[in-house]
Design a protein around this ligand. Structure first.
Ligand SMILES: [Zn+2]
Ligand SMILES: [Zn+2]
Ligand SMILES: [Zn+2]
Length: 138
């Protein structure tokens, strides 16, 4: 491809770094549109896929099957705890999971096994807010 649109990719990378948790291409695009960048949704998709491929962003699938992206501060293999209400993301190590995955793969004769394990739930703040809200309704 002759035209690489580097500034657009940079802009998408910046927007991703500003997001507090995992975001979809669509919500990132909405943000960039508010900032009048003129970057199209297809370009956002391409930029995010490129950032994920080069290891500059983490990608995962939401329980609804939507692709989500984040500029992670941890390099290398790690897992995530994600609040499904506010999007707060915590990067975690999971030694138990690594051992279990290795063992299970080799038990079945698999080599070069990879895995993706992310936990979706309600963070403490959102859980408290929900409790307070349901308490007030009673
Ligand atoms: Zn991460
Ligand atoms: Zn939350
Ligand atoms: Zn792992």
């Amino acid at each position: 491809m002759a035209q690489r649109n580097t500034w657009q990719r940079e802009r998408v990378r910046d927007a991703l770094a500003d997001a507090r948790g995992f975001v979809s291409a669509q919500s990132l695009h909405a943000e960039l549109r508010q900032a009048n960048t003129g970057i199209g949704l297809a370009t956002v998709y391409r930029a995010l896929a490129g950032l994920a491929a080069s290891g500059e962003a983490d990608s995962l699938q939401s329980p609804e099957g939507e692709a989500l992206y984040r500029a992670c501060s941890t390099e290398g293999h790690h897992h995530h705890l994600i609040c499904r209400s506010c999007g707060l993301t915590v990067e975690i190590e999971a030694k138990d999971v690594e051992q279990w995955a290795q063992r299970t793969a080799s038990l079945h004769g698999f080599r070069d096994a990879e895995h993706v394990v992310d936990i979706f739930g309600l963070c403490a703040t959102c859980a408290n807010r929900q409790d307070a809200a349901s308490g007030a309704a009673q």
